[in-house]
Design a binder for this molecule. Structure first.
Ligand SMILES: [Zn+2]
Length: 315
């Protein structure tokens, strides 16, 4: 074989070798690298998931979490709602434990507040309040259906405070922008005025002023409230009825009475919704327990009360 032929053959072989090596690199190494990257990613997501599950579990133990089930009786307006007291931020635990300074000679003031009504349970709640001669506060949403008209009016007629809790109660809508929030607020304020003749100036933010779902800075919304002369009020005692798990009425009673005992001004979070029968069941014992406490009064929310707010803005 001539020398040049031999050289050509060698160079063909070596270029084939290079091709094979390149092929190996592309065909084997790249998939391996991708697998490693994906494995790292999955591992990281798994850790995040575990952490979130632990958070949810600990909050469920406190009875302060769970998306609210749609109220079957009000399916038209309640779809997609979430309960207040649903928090995903551990830094917010402090408002539950922070105790109000005891004030010598002053009576303890307790405010029972019912969110999310009116509902098929509103009349039952009003009946119990009437029976015990207790005035409370209802943070209502906008439900234009005929059957709710009388409930809004009854709340007012029986001396309870009518507060606002957004018209739609849909977090993704009301917290989408400052304009959307303001529009929803004014729609509810007008609606309540037309229905009851009351120009409400109390507000409870869906999810509270400490909610972590708003895309708008809550300080902006709090400042807007101040401009509009609307007081927003959160709570420092969670009954635990925000959960959509089966909860015993006695647990709600215990949560409320223990919580109230820690505060000189106690604002109690309860719910007025069709699926919250335990709240109605617990209410008589809650009232009796509070009425049995020394130097303690049950009051409706008013202008001169000490506001309990999770998010404070500079006055
Ligand atoms: Zn609510």
């Amino acid at each position: 074989m001539p020398k040049s032929e031999e050289e050509k053959r060698r160079s063909r072989i070596s270029s084939m070798k290079r091709l094979i090596v390149a092929y190996l690199l592309l065909g084997i190494l790249i998939p391996i690298l991708l697998c490693i990257l994906l494995f790292i990613k999955v591992d990281r997501l798994q850790k995040e998931l575990d952490q979130m599950q632990r958070q949810i579990a600990s909050q469920q133990r406190e009875g302060t979490i769970a998306p609210e089930q749609a109220d079957p009786a009000n399916a038209d307006t309640d779809a997609g709602q979430q309960a207040d007291g649903m928090q995903a931020d551990s830094s917010l635990a402090k408002w539950q434990t922070e105790e109000t300074e005891p004030d010598d000679g002053q009576k303890r003031k307790v405010y029972l507040t019912f969110d999310d009504g009116p509902s098929s349970n509103t009349d039952a709640i009003l009946d119990i309040l009437k029976q015990y001669d207790v005035k409370a506060t209802f943070f209502v949403t906008g439900k234009p259906q005929e059957r709710y008209q009388a409930m809004y009016q009854r709340i007012v007629a029986e001396g309870h405070t009518l507060g606002m809790h957004s018209y739609s109660h849909k977090y993704d809508e009301i917290y989408a922008s400052e304009e959307a929030f303001e529009e929803d607020l004014s729609k509810l304020q007008d609606f309540l005025y037309d229905t009851t003749g009351v120009w409400s100036h109390f507000y409870r933010f869906p999810g509270g002023s400490s909610n972590q779902v708003s895309t708008v800075d809550m300080r902006e919304l709090a400042a807007y409230m101040q401009q509009q002369d609307i007081y927003y009020l959160d709570w420092n005692v969670a009954s635990g009825d925000a959960t959509n798990k089966k909860i015993k009425a006695q647990t709600l009673v215990d949560n409320v009475l223990t919580g109230v005992g820690k505060h000189q001004t106690a604002v109690v979070l309860l719910h007025d919704a069709a699926n919250k029968n335990a709240t109605v069941e617990a209410l008589p014992a809650i009232i009796e327990g509070i009425q049995a406490m020394e130097d303690t009064v049950l009051l409706p929310v008013s202008d001169d009360m000490e506001l309990v707010q999770h998010l404070k803005i500079q006055q």
